[in-house]
Ligand binder design. Structure first.
Ligand code: AHR
Length: 503
């Protein structure tokens, strides 16, 4: 098979917001306890945070991490997680049927964010609580001092405000599984009033309102229209979530499904434009895709706990998907979609970061290791900064029922003109090699390949584990060269390539 691609330095989609490579830590399973936090672990710092995990998160260059949930946040009392640790209450978490002893709260998490070098994206509870809780917490977190809540923060050991800039107005409020689930009108009104109060405190914060939990929700996309009708003038982003699975064990279909993500983004983008026009507004609202991933391997094993048949365990293993090679391809396809849509998707969070549907896994008392999905995220986060290019691709496709013709070659490119790098992220989602010619226009004369990373495995189900953490890793790619102003590459069956060129 053959494909031709045209890349031109002046055909640009958008400058990429680095927060496109964000992630997420929820008080869920072992994400916090024995994930990022494990006092007594040989690598633990003075706060009990695992430095081996901090190092891996730093390796991923994650610019922003969403916290503390997820479903968890809809019944969370933030006050439980501040003050002397020995006085913090153990609470039953209704979302995941577990017990949280609150040893980690916003202070510990903000210190962890400083250690990994990321920004904190904080979700307020608009499920069991509301406006009052949100404005109190904002004052606690961001006011310098001299008020009731800010003085409590100072008394709790933190003089400088946390200065949290990005705030989620609840989580998945369209979902009947949510504690405090609401109709679009109920939520829209509450989100509007909460946003107004939060902006009265600080007009410079950024606010994310909940869109649909997934594109299969019966209320989608009317939910977006109603909620934005209430909130358009007060918010900056609308949140979307999407998870993928290969329960049917049908790899061609599984890998094709990333195109559903593209239509989801297009449709919501249309709803945003509709409400913008309806409001005669000049302001833009963008998409915060703050939960995305592959999630299904752990469904069966989690059932007992989630159905409440194991009591209320503390930090049990939950959502511990072990990712295989085809999942890594899917993650690469998802990120390519975000890059191509970076004019409307400004923030995206890989859900999640440690142990819970995560690229990083830990063994309590033992090592931390990288899943297959670690690598496509790593390369995109490191090299996907700059301008996303508007590529023209002409290549083979295959047919999938309900989806139609799906391109076999998926490609995204990012140009960092200041540093002189041009990076291509290529996924062959088919079982046949694709001889690919990419014509390089407007990038100067002397482009040369400086790095070529390849992930390929004859066994699509190959996975890493604590015992064999390097079963699936990237290796240097071959079969690519710059010839006559073209990047010529052989993109093998079921493979992922990152090719970096420098002028
Ligand atoms: O990331 C796991 C869960 O998925 C989150 O808690 C929730 O928001 C979503 O349904």
């Amino acid at each position: 098979m053959r494909a031709t691609v045209t890349a031109h330095a002046r055909f640009v989609v958008s400058e990429i917001d680095p927060r496109l490579y964000g992630s997420f830590i929820e008080h869920l399973g072992r994400a916090v306890y024995t994930g990022i936090y494990e006092p007594g672990h040989p690598t633990a710092d003075k706060n009990g945070m695992r430095c081996d995990v901090i190092d891996l998160v730093r390796e991923l260059s994650v610019p922003i991490v969403r916290y503390p949930g997820g479903n968890f946040v809809s019944a969370y009392n933030w006050e439980d997680g501040v003050g002397p640790r020995e006085q913090r209450p153990a609470r039953l978490d209704l979302a995941w049927h577990t017990t949280d002893n609150n040893e980690v709260g916003v202070h510990e998490f903000a210190d962890w964010c400083d250690a990994v070098g990321c920004e904190l994206m904080y979700a307020v509870n608009l499920g069991s609580r509301g406006l009052d809780d949100a404005r109190n917490f904002l004052e606690y977190a961001n006011h310098p001092g001299g008020s009731y809540w800010s003085d409590q923060r100072i008394a709790n050991g933190r003089n400088a405000p946390f200065n949290i800039k990005l705030w989620c107005l609840g989580n998945e409020m369209d979902g009947p599984w949510q504690i405090g689930h609401k109709s679009a009108d109920e939520y829209g009104r509450l989100a509007h009033e909460t946003a107004k109060a939060m902006r009265a405190f600080d007009s410079g914060i950024e606010l994310v309102v909940c869109g649909s939990s997934n594109a299969k929700m019966a209320t989608y996309p009317q939910w977006e229209a109603t909620v934005l009708d209430h909130t358009y003038n007060e918010v900056d982003y609308i949140s979307l979530h999407m998870y993928f699975d290969n329960k049917a064990d049908d790899t061609p279909k599984f890998l094709a499904e990333a195109i559903k993500l593209d239509s989801y983004i297009s449709s919501v983008s249309g709803v945003i434009d509709f409400i913008k026009a309806k409001k005669r507004s000049t302001k833009n609202v963008y998409i915060s895709f703050d939960e995305w991933n592959v999630w299904y391997h752990s469904h069966e094993q989690d059932r007992k706990i989630l159905e409440g048949n194991s009591g209320w365990p503390s930090a049990p293993p939950l959502l511990e998907d072990i990712y295989n090679f085809e999942d890594a391809l899917q993650v690469a396809l998802i990120i390519n979609t975000f890059i191509r849509r970076s004019n409307v998707v400004k923030i995206a969070c890989l859900a999640q970061l440690v142990n819970v549907i995560a690229p990083i896994m830990t063994v309590p008392g033992g090592p931390a290791w990288r899943q297959t999905t670690f690598y496509p995220f790593l390369f995109a986060s490191r090299y996907g900064r700059g301008k996303a290019l508007d590529l023209k691709v002409d290549g083979p496709s295959y047919h999938v029922d309900e989806l139609g013709a799906v391109p076999a070659l998926d490609v995204a490119a990012v140009h960092d003109a200041a540093a002189g790098y041009l990076t291509f992220f290529l996924v062959n989602r088919s079982g046949e090699a694709i001889a690919t010619d990419i014509s390089l226009e407007g990038f100067g004369q002397d482009l040369a390949i400086v790095e070529h990373q390849l992930m390929a495995d004859a066994d699509l189900k190959a996975a890493n584990s604590a015992a064999d953490p390097e079963a699936v890793v990237p290796r240097p790619g071959a079969d690519a060269e710059v010839r006559d102003g073209k990047l010529v590459a052989d993109i093998g069956a079921y493979s992922y390539h990152v090719i970096r060129l420098k002028a």
